[in-house]
Design a protein around this ligand. Structure first.
Ligand SMILES: C[S@@+](CC[C@H](N)C(=O)[O-])C[C@H]1O[C@@H](n2cnc3c(N)ncnc32)[C@H](O)[C@@H]1O
Length: 368
């Protein structure tokens, strides 16, 4: 928690237009206003300049527009209480944000380098899958097979995404939302020459979003079983199947050879909980394909933004779909932080990353 008491004379509001990108409790900033001019008047501005130059050195992940004073998000621990992003911006807010972000920068800088590049360790994959696990695994494989073999399904963009990873030299990748593991299998097989760690994060719980048809699919894997049992079986089956045995196309004799083993690290968790396992600045790319609601995407952005390495990418699936809240959330963040949205293809948008590797069309704006 940060508590700072600043003495300042209010300045014209239009000279500062910083906004806090996300709300959230935690830090408190107290201000006193006084009429005196002189050194005190410029103290906040100097402080602000120091904060922002330090911040911009640290956060090259996303371009920072210093002339407009736009800001990077702050983590929950250092976010500012009671700052409404829709209020008229003011120097108080700029300072509050800068103070919070600065403390985050300092905290990160104080950690040993090795701590800042931690990703969850490699754990052995299950060696057994029978009973419900076997039933569910057969269902998963059938669906994975269907997705991978049919270009009319969402697998049509896998190659472009893999090329983007290769172009940006992404070695540690997180896929949030895995479904049948089709994309996971594709990248593990076709990107084995450059991907060191491929993390997947998914709770595999049915009914997560009534507007997402995928949400109703899991229960079909084993009618009569409860969602938690199916979820556990999906996790176990997929970890064994993909991670240890490397098989992904039943009846096709096609295997990921050699099996990915430690290159695949599965996390049976919701996105925001999975993000807590990763150190700041520890991953090259996060492919966000879990909850597609506006709130879900906002939570994902807040959870994963600080995990991205310098030059890393946050990728958003289904950005162009009017059915979901992805487009609205990403545009909102991009506007607040003064970021450019790039596209890999018609479906997948990027914040951060390398523009030269993004070959897609201009980012569409969809009014939901
Ligand atoms: C569209 S599917 C993912 C497709 C997959 N990326 C692919 O290309 O094959 C959506 C997935 O998001 C998962 N999901 C839903 N809520 C989630 C959350 N809060 N965190 C992580 N994953 C979530 C679902 O369980 C489901 O597997």
């Amino acid at each position: 928690m940060i508590t700072s008491t600043l003495t300042l004379k209010q300045r014209k509001k239009e000279t500062h237009n910083a906004e806090i990108p996300f709300g959230g409790g935690g830090a408190h900033t107290t201000y006193e206003k006084e009429k005196t001019v002189g050194a005190k008047r410029f103290f906040p501005a100097i402080l602000y300049a120091i904060f922002m130059s330090t911040l911009s050195m640290y956060l090259h992940i996303f371009p920072l527009n210093r002339s407009t004073g736009s800001h990077f998000t702050v983590s929950k621990e250092v976010s500012i209480a009671n700052v409404d992003s829709h209020d008229t911006p003011s120097i108080e807010k700029s300072l509050a944000i800068a103070a919070a972000v600065f403390s985050q920068v300092k905290a990160a800088a104080l950690q040993p380098q090795v701590e800042r590049h931690v990703t969850p360790e490699c754990r052995p994959h299950p060696t057994k899958c029978d009973g419900l696990c076997e039933t569910v695994s057969n269902f998963i494989r059938k669906n994975r097979f269907g997705v991978l073999k049919n270009p009319k399904t969402w697998s049509h963009y896998y190659q472009g995404v893999l090329e983007y990873y290769r172009c940006t030299n992404a070695k540690k990748i997180v896929e949030v939302g895995v479904a049948w593991g089709a994309q996971t299998a594709y990248h593990l097989k076709n990107g084995m020459d450059f991907i060191d760690e491929y993390h997947v994060v998914d709770p595999f719980m049915a009914g997560y979003d009534p507007d997402d048809p995928m949400s109703q699919q899991f229960e079909k894997a084993a009618p009569g079983s409860n969602p938690q049992q199916i979820s556990d079986a999906m996790f176990q089956g997929m970890a064994m199947d993909l991670g240890r045995d490397g098989m992904y196309l039943p009846g096709d004799n096609e295997k990921i050879d050699p099996p990915p083993v430690c290159r695949l690290r599965m996390h049976h968790l919701k996105s925001v909980d999975g993000a807590k396992l990763f150190g700041d600045l520890s991953v090259d790319a996060v492919f966000i394909d879990g909850l597609h609601t506006y709130e879900g995407v906002m939570d994902d952005i807040n959870a994963w933004m600080s995990k991205i390495k310098v030059g890393g990418s946050l990728i958003f699936n289904d950005f162009s779909s009017s059915k979901f809240g992805v487009n609205k959330a990403v545009w909102e963040v991009a506007n607040k932080l003064n970021l450019k949205i790039k596209m890999i293809d018609n479906t997948n948008a990027i914040l951060g990353g390398l523009e030269s590797c993004a070959k897609g069309p201009p980012a569409p704006r969809i009014r939901a």
